[in-house]
Design a protein around this ligand. Sequence first.
Ligand SMILES: CC(=O)CC(=O)C(=O)O
Ligand SMILES: [Mg+2]
Length: 223
Amino acid sequence: MSRRNVARFWEWGRKIICVGRNYAEHARELKNELPTEPVLFLKPPTAYVKEGSPILVPHYSSNLHHEVELGVVVGKAGRQIPQTSAMEHVAGYALCLDMTARDVQDQCKAKGLPWTLAKAFDTSCPVSDFIPKERIPDPAGVELWLKVNSVTRQRGSTAHMIFSVPFLISYISRVMALEEGDLILTGTPKGVGAVHEHDELQAGIEGVISMTFRVGRQAAVHN
Ligand SMILES: CC(=O)CC(=O)C(=O)O
Ligand SMILES: [Mg+2]
């Protein structure tokens, strides 16, 4: 049997684990309390979209937000991973967007419901090509940026994460097994905002990679 290449992790069908409220300024801009433990949620592998295909506004949302994030690609499976050996489980990184139907998320929050409709729809996880681990020697030293129609909306350093990458790997692996090909989205810095059909999104990790996506709209299906 031929061995799959983790550099094409989005084809593996593995889980996408997302961390929310990991930057104080972003938590404050949405009037959320600062977390004392990581806030976790999941996206299915059907959320992946690659450059060349559009990000689709779900048919039930009228306020889709961008969130640029550093993604960590898991290269070695593990459970109950200590922080001291957490980085041994990292194969590399990816530039990611955690597309969020903010209007739907606000309704879910108000009703005390999970965020699945707001976070897990098709195309809610645009990703760059795989970035080998050696290209990012320190995941706490990464500058993320995002522009909409050439106007800068987000710029922030992973130095400001509340919970570090090794801490997150250790924490998550005490909740669920990490598997090769899993992706961890580490939260977004401040500056999130709305995107609309026909907008162009550009995002990057300074000096490492950039990517461009167009926004389309999911057709509503009437049964
Ligand atoms: C409020 C959120 O949507 C949390 C989140 O995803 C984040 O990155 O922070
Ligand atoms: Mg996010």
